[in-house]
Structures are given as C-alpha cells and as structure tokens.
Design a protein around this ligand. Structure first.
Ligand SMILES: [Zn+2]
Length: 116
C-alpha cells in the first residue's frame, strides 16, 4: 500500500507537481509520480491517475490509442464497475513508501514497458 494516511478520495494533500510532456503542470499523487513520469517519458499519454490513497485500488488512465501499448507492457486493466467494456484505466505498478523508497506491487518486471 502507498504512503497516504487520511487522504480523502479526490484529495490533493499528497501530491507533487510535474511538468507533462506538453509543458503543462499537473498535480500527481506523490506515491505514483515516478511511474507516471516514466510512462510520459516513453510517450504514454495519461488522462488522469490516482494512487488510491490506501482506500481503494489506484488507477492510471490513458488515451484510447495507448491502451494496447499498456496491455503489451503487461499492465493490468483496472476493473470499471460502471462500464465493463472500459479498458482505459490500468492498475499502477508501484508506490513510494513513507521513507521515499519506490516499491512494486506484484509485477516482477517493475513498470518498464517492453515494445518488442
Ligand atoms: Zn498514495
């Protein structure tokens, strides 16, 4: 689980500001900021994300065109209870703990996407 304590869903208390590839500044949950930055660095276009704040599973939303790349890279689709056909949200692979160390969920290959 991530290092969020008493952060409400939709809360912005544990965020950091990152510059997106298009130059825009964006508040990103600190727990998954490293992973988001990596995804941007390889060209993934995200639509939104949340670490889950230790309340629920986090998600990383991507644009339709990048869904296949995420799947190929081994990302698991986040289940959408409202729309079962929705595959736009993926489960984050990492979180940063209270010591600032990066930790990984069950993925052995961490979050490096393979394009082969
Ligand atoms: Zn968190």
């Amino acid at each position: 689980m991530c290092n969020c304590v008493s952060i409400k869903m939709g809360g912005y208390n544990n965020q950091t500001t990152l510059r997106m590839p298009d130059g825009q500044l964006m508040g990103i949950d600190k727990c998954i900021a490293d992973e988001i930055q990596y995804l941007w660095s390889i060209g993934i276009r995200t639509t939104g994300c949340c670490c889950g704040h230790n309340i629920t599973e986090g998600y990383i939303g991507v644009i339709d065109k990048d869904i296949e790349i995420m799947k190929k890279g081994g990302y698991k689709i986040g289940f959408n209870k409202i729309d079962l056909r929705d595959e736009k949200n993926f489960i984050p692979r990492s979180y940063i703990n209270e010591k600032g160390e990066i930790n990984y969920y069950e993925y052995k290959d961490k979050y490096k996407i393979s394009f082969s």
